[in-house]
Design a protein around this ligand. Sequence first.
Ligand SMILES: NC(=O)c1ccc[n+]([C@@H]2O[C@H](COP(=O)([O-])OP(=O)(O)OC[C@H]3O[C@@H](n4cnc5c(N)ncnc54)[C@H](OP(=O)(O)O)[C@@H]3O)[C@@H](O)[C@H]2O)c1
Length: 387
Amino acid sequence: MTGGTGFLGSHIASELLRQGYRVLLLVRPNSQVSAHARVEQLLTWFGISPKDKRRLKVIEARMDQPDLGLTQERYADLTNTIDEIIHCASNTSFSERKRTEVERANIEGLQHILDLAARSKCYFFHHLSTAYVAGKKSGPCREEFVETTSFTNVYEETKYYGERILFEKCDDEGIRLNVYRPSIVYGSAEDGRSLRFTALYYPLRTILFLKNLFMKDIEESGGKRAQQMGVKMGTDGSLHLPIRIEAGNGNGINLVPVDFFIKAFMEIMDTCLEGSVFHIVNERSKTIDALVEYTTRYFNLEGIEAVRTEDFDKQSRNGLEILFDTYVDAYKPYMRDNRIFSNDKTRSILEKKNIKCPDLDYELFSKCMQYAIETGWGANLFGKQHQ
Ligand SMILES: NC(=O)c1ccc[n+]([C@@H]2O[C@H](COP(=O)([O-])OP(=O)(O)OC[C@H]3O[C@@H](n4cnc5c(N)ncnc54)[C@H](OP(=O)(O)O)[C@@H]3O)[C@@H](O)[C@H]2O)c1
């Protein structure tokens, strides 16, 4: 497995260990903490037993280098060991400024892992992709490889070209291939726990940051900055933040909790042995209206509203909206998303085991926010600075 120190990869690795699999993790070196120490910290977070840990092996390797930066001997050992590869490592940045690193991880890195697959006894390649390989598309996106050329950001683009390379190579080498395409994954539906606080969390964290900023200004500095931005305190203690959020055609954001993702992944991995593409998505996207309602209720706010694109530009953005946008710019395409992910194939598999994607209702939203805030949005997940 690659990406075992990441959000989804660590969940998959832990579940594999719990189910009795032998797991070999390729982890990149990190100058501050050894690969083993990083993995150990995660296994503790997951509560993996010493017995299950005995089936885990960690190897330091560099996916961005030919032969993964290993000596000939170690590389040869590796090729003799593995039979299936689960590739979760990826650079998930949307930033154009990081294009070189993103391409290196999502295209070159993938090619090196595919070389390993071709040179080893690997007969099945499991690849973590994203439903957003569909690129700048409106309407239905199918569970197959569909040619496209237009993307929202470098992440979508490199994941798409990665898939193309993957299909060709696995076909040439006779390696079976499952491509798992989740939409946006957040914390566990069971207890709200999460290891990552990007995607769904980031705009919410920004709202809370703005709330705290203006509350401080009002309470400690006379509230001049708040007044300039149209921010005011209500008599009931709520804060009025005049922010309109552009919500496309009102379709909403496709969100899946991580425990559903894991159940779906494991079921597909165990039963779909022919190889195919699977959309692990929510059949009902969450509207921005609903998310705004949850956010204002949870953080005791007023004034935030979801506005359809056709109405959004009728009014120019106010100062607070411009400020908010500078933080959440990368996520805006996902807030006004009109893509719909078909999931007939995945549904037919999951239905047999009654695996269903839970709805993000207010109760679940609150659990996730509580955990995010308790852990300082990930800063003290392990009781100290998150590595
Ligand atoms: N999370 C989501 O909502 C979501 C949704 C759709 C698809 N996906 C896909 O699911 C997969 C896992 O995503 P995630 O959310 O788990 O991401 P993540 O938390 O950012 O983890 C990324 C993993 O990749 C490793 N990695 C990144 N760049 C690397 C490089 N150059 N060389 C070696 N390893 C590298 C990281 O290692 P370090 O720990 O050393 O940084 C980490 O283990 C990705 O393929 C992503 O595209 C995720």
